[in-house]
Design a protein around this ligand. Sequence first.
Ligand code: GLA
Ligand code: ZN
Length: 680
Amino acid sequence: MINSNLPFILYGGDYNPDQWSRDVIEEDMKFFKLANINIVTLPVFSWALLQPNEDTYNFDWLDEILDLLKKNNISVCLATSTAVQPAWMSRKYPEMLPVDFDGRRRKFGGRVKFCPNSEKYREFSVKLATKLAERYQNYDNIALWHIGNEYDNYCYCDNCKNKFIEWLKSKYTTLENLNKAWNTNFWGHTLYSWDEVTVPSGLSEMWSGQDKLCTNFQGIALDYNRFMSDSILECYLGEYNVIKKITPNLKITTNLIGGTFKPLDYFKWAEHMDVVSWDNYPFYGDDPSVVAMRHDLIRSLKGGEPFMLMEQSPNQQNWHPYSTVKRPGELRLQSYQTMAHGADSIMYFQMRQSIGCCEKYHGALISHAASENTRIFKDCATIGEELKNLGDSIIDSKFESKVAIIFDWDNWWAVEFSSGPSIELKYVPQIEKYYKAFHKKNIPVDFVRPNDDLSKYDVVVAPVLYMLKENVSDNIKTFVKKGGTFITTFFSGYVDENDCVMLGGYPSELRDLLGLWVEELDALPLEMKNSIKINNSLTGFDNEYECNMLFDLINLEGASPLAVYGSDFYKDRPVITCNNYGEGKAYYIGTNTEDKFIDDLISYLDPDNLLGLDFEIQSGVEITKRVKDNKKLYFVLNHNLDGISIDLKNNLYMNLLTKEKVSNKLFLDSRDVAILEQLN
Ligand code: GLA
Ligand code: ZN
């Protein structure tokens, strides 16, 4: 539980009373009550107010707000305010300001703009966190701690360079090892002294192009990403450690960005977060599976423990190209979708819409009209009322999946740093493709790291498993040997963790598992399509599907060719294969297929939908299951613009939202939701 004194869904969000006068703040308390708000996050961006100069701290205003919140029965997610260092600090210690990718030292401005390796930043941020923890350790209204805000600050300054060299020394011990790992004899980059290391930036080995960052030296770029992710994590940990010491019983988090956020290895970060939290800002029209996948990834970061939704907008997002307002029912549906995938909080940015600067047109609980009679306020109040009525029935319940998708930040970075095979190849869309196929069938999915224990899953999918780090191939083989089903794709099994190719034919260490080797990988512009023709005698069905982007030229070494190419000079050569290995099977998908093929592949592997939930499948209807004390709780979400009716297959349920028993058929209006507790 996020906090055992608060056994209910946390409902509230970011609150910025430092932008308002006392009378407005008092009015806010009334609004909070009307909307059933039980928690607010603050102070997120108030360092400059809390510390007007190096020797002075001022907590008086915060004391007053915290008192008022307590009196009003609203818990606090206490933020450390360290995402923006004060202007005076940036001026006095300019080395605190980061150097960007193009080598420019920034001036004070924006937010999360500090060098993660700045000693001064770390000293001052830890000091502020310590002071906050000391001052409020006996204030018994803190629900949890919130460190920083959406960390994302890569830096390329000389200080970071020196720290990078230290990081490399501890990783590689000798220059000889480093030269080997980075393959520096390529283009005469051999290093004879540690001081010759340069950070990979727009001034050295990298450039922005092709819609991504490109590099000449993948090994260097990969290590710099790892180092930056670690350095930024150290900023968080500095604060974490002092807070933990002073308030050991409170959980600590930081709000992660966007789920699939490339710069930081969130699996590594989650090891140091007591509860994982994230900010969900979907674009209007996003497929529900895209959002569902991010929730599932976030939940999986910490082995399936309930997570927190730290932020979503109650209405429009000013920073999207179009500030689309939420359609009726959309906010409620989005909120329950979040809980459906494992969240125990629903929180907003922001509680009150500010009057100035770039977020003044961002949605808020209390809009500029400052009225409880707005559409959005009423929607928020309804959700608040419903969550209150759910009490503790949902929180702390768990998710169960028989399918896992391997997701790996190192692999993501490596696939996209790769020069070749295709500018169209992006890691996350390949993951989304497989996720979506399971999602359509209401098959629950977890995400795992390549080295995680896979034994509890029936099916493991590893799209584009380009990089095989140590022990990964053995881990997958153990899983298949014992009866697991493994699916992987083109551009898998090429390199080690330094992006150096493993010789002897792709997919190297996975060759025997897959029963094939790949001789060449053809890449064509997306509009130049091929097809895959299913081999009826092996699969029992006939079909032909489109494919594009990448085309493996496969030599079989024991695998059966489930499908062959329909055209080009490799017409009739195998493209989809299956290999028996131990008690399990390993499938290989040698091209970028149309989605329909993946849908059909899953039906072929699981004809009775045993991997999924025992519900009728309907387009646009998402169903998930959470389990609490042996109680099965099903979230049924109608993403369609029309009403639906679902056959409940002789089961009896209680709809926890309406408190009505349902059997036979469930009717849901457009964008409506049911939470069904199974009674039989
Ligand atoms: C992020 C931040 C918030 C706010 C919102 C606006 O998630 O954490 O401070 O800027 O975006 O959408
Ligand atoms: Zn730096």
